[in-house]
Write a protein that binds this ligand. Structure first.
Ligand code: FES
Ligand SMILES: [Fe+2]
Length: 470
C-alpha cells in the first residue's frame, strides 16, 4: 500500500482577518437585502415540486415572496406575490390552482401567464386605475438548470449558466436533472446564514466535530491506512489520526478549488486505494453495512446500496473500503438500469462538494446529493432559514416517494437530521454567540478554509459596492 504524501507544498500566506460585523450587524443584513440578494440567482425550488400545470410553490427571501407557477409543461413563471389591488399575498405555501390565480381578498384573478383574467366590478374603478398592462402580475426572471428553478430580481441578469460557471460542467456527470427530491426539511438555525453555510464549506472541522461517528468503522472509509495513525479508536478514546508531522488527514485528503465565485472541495483519488480494507474492522459485511448506514445519513449512500450488500454472500475483507463502495454503487445502479460508468471512480461513492454562491452547498455522489440552503431570517442577523434537500436518482421501475415539505421551528426538536449533520448544526449557535464577544476581533482562516474566504470576498463585492472589480 502506498503512503499518502502531503499534497500541500506552498505555505499559505493569506493572513487578513475576516471582519465579524457581517455576521451580527442589522445594518449589514439590510445591505445584503438591498445589494446582494437582488443581484444573484437564487435556487427557489425543484421542478418536481411543481410537476403539474397550475402547481405553485412559494419562495421567500427576506420580505419578498415569489410564487413559482408551472405555466405549461415547459415553462415556469415567478410572480411577485402581491396583488396589484391592495397588496394581498395571492397564495402561500405549496398548492395547485386550475388555470387561474385568484386573490382571496376581493377576487381579482389572473391567467397562469400573469395576464389579467377578471376584476370584479371593474366599472367602479377610475379607468386610468385599471391599465391592463400594469395589472399583469409582476415577475422575477426564471432560470432552469439541473431540475432546479432559479430566480433573480436583477433587471438585466447574466444568464443562469454563466452565473453558475464551472458548476454546470462539474456536476454534469451526476445528471442532477434526473435526480428527484426525496426529502425537504426546513428549520430555523441560531446563527447568521453565512455562519451556517461556512460550516459546510470546509473540511477542516471534520476531525474535531465528527470525531465520534467517523471513528471506528467509518474512520476506515475516510482515512488512509498508511500506517500514520498513532492511536486508534480501539484504544477506547478519541482516535488520533495525525501523521508524523502532527497534521490531520484533512490537510491532504481533500482537494480544494476556488472559482471566481463558487468553490469546491473533494476527496482525493487516492481514497480509492488507500482507505482501510473492510477486514480491518472485523467482519467485512458488518463493517460495510455500518459504513453505508453512516454515509446514508449524509446522502452519499442509499438504501439500494445497503440492500445490495445485504444480498452479497461474500464481502471481501482485503479491498480498500472506498473501492468496494464504488463498485457497490455502480452495481446497485446497473441493477435498476442506471449507468454510472462515466463518473470518475473517485466521485462515485466519495464526496465532491460544491459551494454555489451565494447560499447552496452539499456533497454529491453518484445518484445521491444532500444539498443545504441558507437564507437570512427576516431582520434578525442571529438566525437563518436552513433547508435540507435530499436528492436521489431513481432507476427504471422505481417510483420516487411523494415529498412533504417538513418545517421545524426549532432544529433541536427534530432528530431526523442524522448524527453527522446534527453535529454540524450544534456548532452553529456557539459560533454566533462567540461572534458577539467584544474580545473577538475577526476570523482567522487557513488553507482548508479558503473557500470561506473566497465566499466572503464575493459578499464584500456585493455589499460594499465594488462588485465586478477584479
Ligand atoms: S387585495 Fe387582491 S383583490 Fe383586493
Ligand atoms: Fe460537518
Amino acid at each position: 500500500m502506498t503512503t499518502t504524501q502531503p499534497r500541500i507544498q506552498q505555505p499559505y500566506t493569506e493572513s487578513a482577518l475576516v471582519s465579524k460585523g457581517r455576521y451580527i450587524s442589522t445594518e449589514w443584513l439590510a445591505a445584503e437585502y438591498e445589494k446582494l440578494w437582488p443581484q444573484v440567482w437564487q435556487m427557489a425550488c425543484r421542478l418536481e415540486q411543481i410537476p403539474q400545470v397550475g402547481d405553485f410553490h412559494e419562495y421567500l427571501i427576506g420580505t419578498q415572496s415569489i410564487l413559482l407557477v408551472r405555466e405549461s409543461e415547459d415553462t415556469v413563471r415567478a410572480f411577485r406575490n402581491a396583488c396589484p389591488h391592495r397588496a394581498t399575498r395571492i397564495a402561500s405555501g405549496t398548492g395547485h390552482v386550475d388555470a387561474e390565480l385568484r386573490c382571496p381578498f376581493h377576487g381579482w384573478a389572473w391567467n397562469l401567464d400573469g395576464s389579467v383574467l377578471e376584476i370584479p366590478d371593474a366599472d367602479d374603478f377610475a379607468p386610468e386605475c385599471l391599465s391592463r398592462s400594469e395589472l399583469r402580475l409582476r415577475e422575477a426572471t426564471v432560470g432552469l438548470w439541473g431540475g432546479f428553478v432559479f430566480v433573480t430580481f436583477a433587471p438585466d441578469p447574466e444568464p443562469l449558466r454563466e452565473f453558475l460557471g464551472p458548476v454546470v460542467e462539474g456536476l454534469a456527470p451526476f445528471e442532477p436533472e434526473k435526480m428527484r427530491l426525496i426529502r425537504h426539511r426546513t428549520t430555523i438555525m441560531d446563527c447568521n446564514w453565512k455562519v451556517g453555510l461556512a460550516a459546510f464549506n470546509e473540511a477542516y472541522h471534520v476531525e474535531a466535530t465528527h470525531v465520534w461517528d467517523l471513528s471506528g468503522y467509518a474512520r476506515g472509509a475516510r482515512v488512509s491506512a498508511s500506517g500514520r495513525r498513532t492511536r486508534g479508536a480501539d484504544d477506547g478514546g478519541r482516535p488520533d489520526v495525525r501523521d508524523a508531522d502532527g497534521r490531520t488527514p484533512g490537510a491532504y485528503q481533500f482537494h480544494y478549488e476556488a472559482f471566481p465565485t463558487h468553490n469546491l472541495m473533494r476527496n482525493v483519488p487516492e481514497m480509492l486505494t488507500e482507505s482501510a480494507p473492510l477486514g480491518d474492522h472485523g467482519d467485512p459485511k458488518q463493517a460495510a453495512l455500518a459504513m453505508l448506514r453512516l454515509n446514508q445519513m449524509i446522502s452519499l449512500a442509499h438504501q439500494d446500496d445497503i440492500d445490495h450488500v445485504e444480498a452479497m454472500a461474500n464481502v471481501p475483507g482485503d479491498v480498500p473500503a472506498v473501492r468496494f463502495f464504488t463498485d457497490v454503487r455502480r452495481a446497485a445502479g446497473a441493477a435498476v438500469g442506471v449507468d454510472y460508468s462515466h463518473i470518475p471512480d473517485e466521485d462515485v461513492m466519495s464526496a465532491i462538494d460544491y459551494c454555489i454562491y451565494p447560499n447552496l452547498v452539499g456533497p454529491i455522489s453518484a445518484g445521491n446529493w444532500i444539498l443545504f440552503r441558507f437564507r437570512p431570517n427576516g431582520k434578525d442577523p442571529d438566525t437563518c432559514l436552513f433547508d435540507v434537500l435530499f436528492l436521489h436518482r431513481f432507476g427504471e421501475g422505481q417510483q420516487p416517494p411523494p415529498v412533504e415539505h417538513e418545517f421545524f421551528p426549532r432544529w433541536q426538536d427534530h432528530d431526523g437530521w442524522g448524527q453527522t449533520i446534527g453535529q454540524d448544526l450544534s456548532n452553529m449557535g456557539h459560533v454566533q454567540a462567540g461572534l458577539h464577544q467584544t474580545s473577538f476581533t475577526g476570523l482567522r482562516l487557513n488553507r482548508q478554509e479558503a473557500g470561506v474566504r473566497n465566499f466572503e470576498r464575493f459578499v464584500d463585492r456585493h455589499v460594499l459596492g465594488d462588485h465586478g472589480a477584479s
